[in-house]
Ligand binder design. Structure first.
Ligand code: GLN
Length: 446
């Protein structure tokens, strides 16, 4: 869509057509041809929004990438989608994702993998891979995703766009189909930092329907910083020595740090002594919460139902057997085990202690710096199928994003050049509710 006068209806029709012609499997549902869905007359008026499938949208399929929710059309709309529609952004479509947001490549979707627009033989990242691919390919001007351990930042990095994971609690989770409730957070995937700020500014707020939501203490401003004078950026050097970090990713990251320094930032080392235990803690806590959240999918209330004539137990078992994919089953098993009596203290309790230590590390680190920078992911987008046989290798992709998630902290991923012709992401994170600071620095660096 070129510059100039475009009416809201024309903009919607043009994007709708692009989304309907999606060859990346980024969308699982696209708005019907005809009138744009109702939206308010606010500052986002007429800019269509792609929404990750796990946000409940009234009357529209909301399947969270799972066959167990096939055909489920909720009777209500998630708060954040409602807020954005109220501000003027009509629903363009629902985007493909890893099943219940469990994954880093979109290959765990019950509706087939999404392809990366940079190279269609590669993954777009996950779990918000459909949202990232749609924005990167220009099928949507912007999109909503969710991030539990990296699912906004990681696909944004792999698709060469911007993704913001806000402070836990700053966006309502009401109407988001839950994965791990103490970690899940909605956020924008956009083409640039200004769009991320604009979308996020309309997402925040205290929601009576989500008791963990809080009002953001600051009004979210559009970023305007040209320089980074006086900004202290901490780099956890100790975390950048692992074997899994691709040399080209490290080089692009270092180049971005040089640029930050040229713009006036001061770069210093920070020590995060417990960060290397973050993944282990996350892969206990997230599955534990997931195993509880997913207990509701039993064939009674939503979507798929199998063999109801064979009795209740058969119905439960067959519905869950057929409806859930392998990764979801793996997590339910891990989570149930970690929560079972006799093991609870050893696994779940322990993981929560590690989580506290990690949050303490960050509290200490932010005495000496304003922001922390890392590569978003250890590698660029990998080939479809390359890691599907090795869940642990897949989990390692979350190495840099998960520590911030466990501490509830905000972080953004912005593009910082290429490695082997594939985009690299630069992660900038800060203390709770420092989104304005993060957005400003990201804008200056962009
Ligand atoms: N890749 C991580 C996982 O599989 C993170 C997913 C997410 O943030 N939703 O759990």
């Amino acid at each position: 869509i070129g510059a100039g006068d475009v009416s809201a209806a024309e903009a919607f029709a043009a994007y709708r057509e692009r989304a309907a012609g999606d060859e990346l499997n980024a969308f699982t549902w696209v708005a019907e041809d005809g009138e744009a869905p109702a939206a308010g007359d606010g500052p986002l008026r007429g800019v269509p929004l792609a929404v990750k499938d796990l946000f409940c949208t009234e009357g529209v399929p909301s399947q969270a990438g799972s066959r167990i929710l096939e055909g489920y059309r909720p009777p209500y709309t998630a708060t954040v989608v409602r807020q954005l529609a109220g501000a003027g952004a009509p629903l363009l479509g629902k985007t493909n994702q890893d099943e219940f947001a469990m994954g880093s490549s979109n290959e765990n979707s019950g509706f087939g993998p999404v392809r990366n627009p940079w190279d269609r033989e590669r993954v777009p990242g996950g779990s918000s891979g459909g949202s990232a691919a749609a924005v990167a390919a220009g099928l949507a001007p912007w999109a909503l995703g969710t991030d539990t351990g990296g699912s906004i930042r990681q696909p944004a990095a792999m698709c060469g766009i911007v993704g913001l994971k806000p402070t836990y609690g700053s966006v309502s989770r009401y109407g988001m189909i839950a994965f791990a409730s103490s970690l899940d957070q909605a956020g924008p995937l956009t083409r640039d930092v200004t769009d991320a700020a604009l979308l996020y500014a309309h997402m925040t707020g205290d929601d009576p329907c989500d008791s963990t939501s809080v009002a953001h203490p600051e009004k979210i401003a559009l970023p305007s910083a040209e320089r980074l004078d006086g900004v202290r950026i901490g780099v956890p050097r100790g975390e950048l020595t692992g074997e899994g970090l691709e040399p080209g990713v490290l080089a692009a990251f270092e180049a971005a740090l040089d640029k930050a320094q040229e713009l006036g930032a001061r770069i210093a080392d920070v020590d995060l002594p417990h960060a290397s235990h973050a993944l282990s803690a996350y892969y206990v806590i997230a599955p534990a919460e997931a195993s509880a959240n997913l207990a509701r999918f039993d064939g009674v209330r939503y979507g798929l139902r199998r063999d109801e004539d064979e009795g209740l137990l058969a119905m439960y078992t067959h519905t869950r057997h057929d409806g859930f994919g392998d990764e979801v089953k793996r997590r339910i098993l891990i989570g149930t085990y970690a929560l079972s009596s006799g093991y609870y203290d050893a696994y779940y309790g322990r993981a929560q202690q590690v989580r506290t230590k990690i949050a303490d590390d960050f509290r200490r680190a932010f005495h000496g710096c304003d922001l922390i920078a890392t590569p978003t992911t250890p590698t660029t987008a990998f080939r479809l199928g390359e890691k599907t046989g090795d869940p642990l290798a897949m989990y390692l992709g979350d190495y840099f994003t998960v520590p911030f998630s466990l501490a509830g902290l905000p972080g953004i991923s912005i593009p910082c050049g290429l490695s082997n012709e594939l985009p690299v992401g630069f992660q900038l994170a800060g203390p709770a509710f420092s989104e304005n600071r993060i957005l400003d620095a990201a804008y200056a660096l962009e």
